[in-house]
Design a protein around this ligand. Structure first.
Ligand code: COA
Length: 427
């Protein structure tokens, strides 16, 4: 049994045949195969327990990006997304990255921040020193709450005090608890700790505690990925590899200097990351919030990636960003498909998942930059979007392929055109 993430011909199979290939690949048992084949993998009982006022379930396609090699390991990447060409572009760029060894990744410890806001203080500078003097008492108190986390090697590690001497409501002091949350996303853990230490903070400072909640700017929980690709990998009939690399770097520079472009550029990165976050049942809003806030850390909104040329004229790309994801708790635990997705990924820790997520983001960014800087986004995207258009015009079975072929050949992918073609075909 091969465990390569290269899946030749996978794109031409039916969904059922793809499940067969996958189950040979990673040894899925009968129940796991049934989860993928069954439209109702998430039971209504579980769904009803997950959120409030449940009416039903809302489905999205689950695709598999191929070709990823990350730190020398082949990784199949499940992606839940409604947008065509995302999975194809990620697979394509992962394929181009393979000859150079794929993606190399690293990450910081899984440290999250909880914030505790203190108001009603006339002496913020004095309050700050009182808090720092009582730092170990506060950290010890925070650590009384989660014995399991302590046993796993996590827990509150540090305390910072941020002082705002002036605000429209007077001075404000904000305590940050820095907590190693191990394999959890950590929101509940750090919120509980923040609530636990609040009375002692009031006693120490004489102020009044208001908010006690995590920060989504998870700038101490960073994941990183690098990639290096030779010019010949980018060669086409129209462009030399070196030309493509220069064009990609120009496109990146545009994002680095212009926030209007940076927003779209970073959205393209999240096109790769969000589908993986969603597939693993993690909180993609938290990841989004952290990403965009981090992109502003230097005082202006910029790119989350960098693209440069090394001494041998290879393209080198990097990404570094907050990645607050977990393997335990929340929907990751309750959604049966999320569990299966973690098995497909073969991840053992939240850090490993975080690193895969940023590697996919880097690949996705490259996919969009390469297309934009050369042939433009529409050819590849619209060819794949044509299937959507054909389906929404009412085409089924064989008709879909016929309509797609015709619209792509005519460079005319539109709903009214699809409807007209379908009418002709059915006559
Ligand atoms: N399904 C799965 N993978 C696909 C695919 C499909 N329909 N089409 C392309 N790929 C991937 C595969 O990895 C393929 O390698 P393989 O043939 O060994 O399996 C690789 O891409 C190259 O395939 P090819 O048919 O030569 O692709 P192309 O040159 O026509 O490129 C896109 C098509 C969509 C991949 C390319 O245009 C692209 O990357 N566009 C950017 C899309 C993007 O950024 N979208 C998001 C925002 S709009």
């Amino acid at each position: 049994m091969s465990n390569s993430s290269q899946l030749p011909g996978f794109r031409n199979l039916s969904p059922s045949e793809r499940i067969d290939v996958l189950s040979q690949h990673i040894d899925l048992d009968i129940e796991e195969v049934a989860l993928l084949r069954d439209d109702g993998a998430l039971s209504i009982e579980i769904a009803d327990g997950m959120i409030e006022n449940v009416l039903g379930k809302f489905e999205l396609p689950l695709g598999l990006a191929s070709n990823f090699m990350i730190n020398g390991r082949d990784v199949l990447v499940p992606m839940v997304v409604e947008e065509p060409s995302v999975v194809a572009a990620a697979s394509y760029m992962a394929k181009l990255a393979r000859p150079g060894g794929g993606f190399l990744t690293s990450s910081s410890a899984p440290l999250m921040r909880a914030q505790i806001q203190i108001v009603g203080l006339g002496d913020p500078a004095n309050a700050r020193l009182s808090l720092l003097r009582n730092k170990h008492r506060l950290i010890d108190l925070a650590n009384t709450k989660d014995q399991l986390l302590n046993k796993l090697g996590g827990g509150c590690r540090d305390l910072e005090v941020h002082t705002f001497m002036e605000s429209p409501r007077g001075p404000m002091v904000v305590v940050h608890l820095v907590v190693d949350v191990r394999d959890a996303m950590g929101a509940n853990t750090v919120n509980t700790m923040a609530e636990t230490v609040a009375p002692l903070i009031e006693e120490v400072t004489g102020g009044t505690v208001r908010l006690r909640i995590l920060s989504n700017l998870a700038d101490l929980r960073l994941a990183r990925a690098q990639v290096r690709i030779a010019p010949e990998c980018f060669e086409t009939s129209e462009f030399t590899g070196t030309d493509v690399i220069d064009r990609i770097i120009d496109a990146y520079t545009f994002a680095a200097i212009d926030p209007y472009r940076a927003a779209t550029h970073n959205k393209g990165i999240m096109n790769g990351i969000d589908p993986l976050i969603l597939a693993t049942g993690n909180d993609w809003r938290a990841v989004e919030a952290g990403a965009h806030a981090y992109a502003c850390r230097n005082g202006h909104y910029g790119s989350l990636t960098t693209w440069e040329k090394d001494r041998e004229d290879h393209l080198v790309g990097t990404i570094e960003m907050p990645m607050p994801v977990g393997l335990v708790g929340g929907a990751t635990k309750t959604h049966p498909l999320a569990r299966l997705v973690l098995k497909i990924l073969g991840v053992k820790s939240s850090q490993e998942l975080a690193e895969i997520a940023v590697a996919v983001g880097l690949a996705q960014n490259l996919g969009a930059l390469r297309a934009l800087a050369t042939e433009g986004i529409q050819r590849g995207h619209m060819a794949l979007h044509a299937r959507n258009i054909a389906l929404s015009a009412g085409a089924r079975g064989e008709e879909v392929d016929q309509l797609v072929r015709q619209m792509v050949m005519d460079h005319d992918v539109r709903s009214d055109r699809a409807e007209a073609l379908l009418n002709e075909l059915r006559k």
